[in-house]
Design a protein around this ligand. Structure first.
Ligand code: EPU
Length: 430
């Protein structure tokens, strides 16, 4: 078992380059199926969720070459299978995007129900409603979603709820449908726009991505393209909060400041300095000794992102006064609070609301990452805490952050990844 060992108390100082966006990459990789040719994709983060998406593609017959560390070539012309293997699908949420992409190209798809972070019930009823509206028949049996259609016909799709995954699957399925599709109440996250831009570069005709009404004129065929993934909004936000929490001074490179506005606004409100240079993809965060708390409510973009809630709650746990954090997207995204309490945080959770009373300092402790962003929050806590923090189950963190500990060490943090033989290893050795 691998753990992060952190000796806290060092401010983060220096420069860090933000990687490509996980949630854009895990949609763009399956989207390459629609090209039926070769795509070159740059700024791809090397994280385990991306590795899984690439493995799914290659088991289906795609040919993949790594051109550089973060640049890959994918040839999907030889895909001869529309089934995604169970073992791969169950580990990530992004595996559900193979449904839309395979249905769009082959008019049939067989994909196990997706996995991903355990942060609440994560149904896919809206995805299915959209495939059915386009004319597909969808059956779910023994955890496998089977979708097929003779042809897909453009239509009007109204999502009952704003859904990132549902909007992505709708875009993938309807690019090559006959006629016009209008998606209403669409998600507006930066990675929705990035996916639409990628699809357009492959010949799709999509307008309005980034607003809540997206119009897609079906095209007869699509082709390969070269594309670069946008920088990761949540990785950047995590480094912003970590810098603020440790009272550091960090220049974040390769960011899109506009995407970070909901985070910047809250950080400025509590007393953090955030400097943005016009026309440059850089941003400087300068921390202070003390901050005053504030209230946060997570909402779909452009609201405060749920994927930043655990990191921000950790920072608020060290701010003066009481802050209220309301989680309105996922019902069980406060599981990590128990771990923060072991580190001296004073937080109580009642259903979707956490009441965070600021403490003078956090104390190092052995803790467990229960999901990706929870793990990032515990790293931030460990960087600030007095003494040593040991974080278990770091595979969750490695699903979505590229070389997190290496980047943090580059900023002066005392963090290492260490291997500890677990009970299974011990039994093997006997
Ligand atoms: N929902 C439904 N029915 C559906 C789809 C969603 O009821 O058919 C509900 C969900 O239960 C949830 C809400 O709608 O309450 C929003 O879910 P959404 O579909 O937007 O989330 P997702 O597509 O499952 C993506 C990201 C998450 C991120 C959310 C919200 C990917 C691979 N995952 O999940 O990312 O939290 O959008 O922004 O893009 C993460 O990166 O740590 C992460 C969990």
């Amino acid at each position: 078992m691998e753990k992060f060992i952190i000796n806290g108390g060092k401010p983060l100082v220096g420069e860090v380059r933000i990687s490509g966006a996980k949630n854009a990459a895990v949609a763009i990789i399956p989207a390459s199926i629609l090209a039926g040719g070769t795509c070159i994709i740059d700024n791809v983060p090397m994280i385990s969720d991306v590795e899984v998406a690439l493995e799914i593609l290659s088991t289906m017959g795609a040919v993949i070459h790594r051109l550089e560390k973060n640049k890959i070539e994918i040839d999907t012309s030889g895909i001869n299978d529309s089934k995604v293997p169970y073992e791969l699908a169950r580990s990530t949420r992004g595996s559900s995007y193979f449904l839309g992409a395979l249905l769009g190209r082959f008019k049939k798809a067989s994909v196990p129900l997706p996995g991903g972070c355990d942060i609440g019930s994560r149904p896919i009823d809206q995805h299915i409603k959209c495939f059915e509206a386009l004319g597909a028949t969808v059956n779910i049996s023994q955890g496998i979603v089977d979708a097929q259609a003779d042809r897909l016909i453009g239509t009007q799709i109204y999502f009952d709820k704003v859904t990132v995954g549902g909007t992505i699957n709708a875009l993938l399925a309807c690019c090559q449908a006959d006629g016009l599709t209008i998606i209403e109440n669409a998600a507006k996250e930066p990675h929705i726009v990035d996916l639409a831009n990628f699809l357009n570069s492959m010949g799709a005709d999509i307008m309005g991505a980034g607003t809540d009404v997206i119009k897609i004129k079906g095209v007869h065929s699509m082709h390969g393209a070269e594309y670069s993934v946008i920088p990761d909004q949540i990785e950047a936000g995590t480094f912003m909060v970590a810098t603020a929490a440790t009272g550091g001074n960090v220049l974040l490179k390769n960011v899109i400041p506009k995407h970070l506005e909901p985070i910047t606004v809250k950080l400025r409100k509590i007393g953090v300095t955030v400097e943005i240079e016009d026309d440059v993809d850089n941003m400087r965060v300068i921390g202070a000794k003390r901050y005053h708390g504030t209230d946060i409510k997570t909402e779909p973009h452009p609201g405060f992102p749920t994927d930043m809630q655990p990191q921000m709650t950790t920072l608020l746990s060290m701010c003066e006064g009481t802050s209220m954090v309301t989680e309105s997207i996922f019902e069980t995204r406060f599981k990590y609070v128990e771990e923060l309490r072991r580190m001296n945080a004073d937080i109580t959770v009642d259903s979707r609301v956490a009441v965070v009373k600021g403490v003078d300092k956090l104390m190092g402790a052995p803790v467990k990452a229960c999901d990706l962003r929870a793990g990032a929050a515990l790293i931030i806590a460990g960087l600030c805490a007095e003494g040593t923090t040991e974080i278990e189950d770091i595979h969750h963190i490695e699903r979505g952050y590229e070389e997190m500990e290496v980047k943090l060490r580059g900023l002066g943090a005392d963090i290492v990844k260490r291997y500890f033989p677990d009970d299974k290893d011990m039994r093997k050795a006997l």
